[in-house]
Design a protein around this ligand. Sequence first.
Ligand code: GDP
Length: 319
Amino acid sequence: MTVALVTGVAGQDGSYLAERLLGEGVQVHGLVRTPDRLDVLPAGLHLHAGDLADTVAVAELVRETRPDEIYNLGGISSVAASWERPVETGAVSGLGAVGLYDAAWRLQEETGRPVRVLQASSAEIYGSPDRSPQDEGTALRPTSPYGVAKAYAHQMAAVYRARGLGVSACVLYNHESPRRPETFVTRKISVAAARIARDGAGTLALGNLDARRDWGWAPDYVDAMVRAARHPESGDFVVASGRTRSVAEFVAAAFAAAGIDDWAAHVEVDPRFVRPVDPAEQVGDPRRARDVLGWGGTLPFEEIVGRMVRHDLAVLGAA
Ligand code: GDP
């Protein structure tokens, strides 16, 4: 039986990944830091409480569970949070990843069995990129504590790959679902659209409406990570839709899905949500993932937005 270890299993991607692996008959061990949001987790999962930054405990967990596949999805989950906690961001999202690669490498050395590792890397490693769209050869120029920590983990993945560990890094662009927390703009918008539709009134305060992001569907990005982890040729893979939309376009699509035509009447710009440093546009070129992994997104933008809004309408009893 295949054994997998998933860090960050209580997050959006971790919960979809756990469902997927359990459905395949994989024995899944999940690392969680805080026991909140455990309600989203499927039955049959082996949960372990712990902190990625505690590299000694993480190494012990790897030795005990002896995984064939390790998915490193844990860490500080947003750029905004990394500005609040820059040191912790480095410890968890940077050094924590290296602790995991090292434990995987040691297990492989000890047992002679290959251990496959997948690092959930991020578009934030490109920060202010010198080219658009970004691909696997784009220079790393991170501009936030989050981006720098992820860039370190990304480059250490290449170091361990050269050392003989089958570690791949998926450079994930924004990927959304009804499981996104409201700290991300997409879910903030879908929840607000549902609330305003239910109440027939209300406003939504946002920051930069002109920011452009490359938004995809989270379960598709989880699929890319599984494909990358299992592919014989490990490496870096940009996982993106290849198309950007503005925050305003997301708002328009969400309000339309909730049955509201005049979205502008309900939206105000609040300087509190405008970021001091914010990449104006991020867009990835997913050709390598498509050609090597056979990966592609399954849902168009409007359907991603529609599913999020319909979920939130149902939660509010407004559907
Ligand atoms: P990120 O790209 O990983 O930081 O994901 P977010 O969903 O947090 O932000 C996406 C974009 O939306 C960024 O350019 C934000 O500046 C922009 N944005 C505009 N208004 C808001 C807001 O009210 N909340 C958040 N989180 N982002 C906003």
